[in-house]
Ligand binder design. Structure first.
Ligand SMILES: C[S@@+](CC[C@H](N)C(=O)[O-])C[C@H]1O[C@@H](n2cnc3c(N)ncnc32)[C@H](O)[C@@H]1O
Length: 363
């Protein structure tokens, strides 16, 4: 990489117009052997002329366009335990969750140690308003040198370098935790950053408490889907309850969620067919008997509920007539009316101040 040419103006000419992308590219050290970009696809164009580049992001909706435009070879998942690239630089989006940051830094630290990379340098960028001192504290568990850049256009990077010889490992990832839901004990396994970690969300608990009614009157060999499976608690609990009497599947758009669900099902010695997918895409019309979901409220930090609305509407397509959609959501949200209008007659089954559980029957 030619340090002389690597100026902000050069990055700007490369079409890096987002303030976070721009400051990551500009702050990265001037020479690199291999750059691993995590979560910011537009940086690929900026990095590629300077060094071999790999890319990963958790959300399939961001990964697929990169696969299409740059080919499969650029895709490398640091979390899947496969032999991947040997980067000396990582350019990454700062995750919102401290657990997600801890998990990914533990993995990068482990990869660097396994491959003898002592000069690993992580440049992690984000909007200043979403940053706090705890991010530095988490990074200091894995790196001796942790410092922040000056802010520019309301963005900033944190630099992590000098991987620690003796890192503060803590409880380690993935996390395991045993929860109880009515008569069942379930072991949950989760990567850092998965919804509610390896715990049981109170809304999901209220939903699972209704499973006696939910699972009554299912046809034999019923086809059940946990939509937006997170740590897999819904799919695994239903599969444990039904003990092979139904085919249980689970999907999520997030790789860490899908992998957590696979680990949770395995930890409970139960079969769940898990896939990474966006909503109900690819599921044939009228092919399911039961869809169960604690739907996402919004995507990342965007407060747009339209994708969730579309996903719930689409449940009407994949359910057979008479099939059921069970949903839990924050009681102030209008999903009940939406389901009633778009999918079929919707009945409130349980309600607390915080959460509402509904059953919708596909007509
Ligand atoms: C509120 S969490 C529920 C997780 C888990 N079912 C539970 O109850 O603990 C919603 C989940 O939906 C996933 N999700 C968001 N958008 C999605 C989409 N378009 N398709 C599939 N899953 C999605 C999120 O990644 C998240 O894991």
């Amino acid at each position: 990489m030619d340090a002389g040419r690597k100026t902000l103006a050069a990055w700007e000419n490369r079409g890096v117009d987002d303030p976070v992308d721009e400051i990551i590219a500009a702050e990265a050290p001037p020479s690199a052997r291999h750059i691993w970009i995590l979560g910011r696809p537009k940086l690929i164009a900026a990095a590629r002329p300077w060094a071999p580049t790999s890319f990963w992001c958790d959300d399939l909706r961001d990964l697929e366009p990169v696969r299409r435009s740059h080919g499969e070879d650029i895709i490398a998942n640091p979390m899947d335990g496969e032999e991947g690239p040997v980067p000396d630089q990582v350019w990454m989006e700062l995750p919102e969750s401290l657990d997600a940051l801890d998990d990914i830094l533990s993995i990068l630290h482990g990869l660097a140690a396994a491959r003898g990379v002592t000069n690993l340098h992580v440049v992690a960028g984000g909007r200043i308003r979403r940053m706090n001192k705890s991010l530095n504290d988490v990074a200091a568990r894995w790196f001796d040198d942790v410092h922040a850049s000056l802010g520019r256009r309301r963005a900033r990077v944190l630099h992590f370098s000098s991987p620690r010889v003796n890192p503060a490992r803590g409880a380690g990832w993935p996390r395991r935790n045993r929860i109880r839901t009515m008569n069942l004990e379930v072991e949950l396994v989760a990567h850092g950053g998965v919804f509610h970690g390896a715990g049981l969300d109170p809304g999901t608990a209220l939903l699972l408490d209704q499973r006696g009614t939910m699972l009554s009157r299912l046809p034999s060999r019923a086809r059940i889907l946990d939509l937006g499976c997170g740590n897999g608690v819904i799919a695994t609990t239903l599969a444990l309850e039904l003990q092979g009497a139904a085919a249980v599947s689970a999907r999520d758009v997030s790789w860490i969620a899908v992998d957590s669900t696979r680990m949770t099902a395995r930890a409970n010695h139960i079969d769940v067919d898990v896939s990474q997918a966006d909503g109900l895409r690819g599921i044939p019309d009228r092919s399911l008997d039961l869809v169960v979901t604690n739907p996402p409220f919004h995507r990342g930090s965007a407060r747009d509920s339209a994708p969730t609305r579309r996903m719930l509407t689409d449940a009407g397509r994949v359910l057979r007539p008479g099939g059921q959609l069970w949903c839990v959501y924050n009681s102030h949200l209008p999903w009940g009316e939406h389901l009633d209008a778009e999918v079929g007659p919707t009945q409130q089954v349980a309600r607390t101040k915080a959460y509402t559980v509904t059953r919708t029957i596909r007509e």
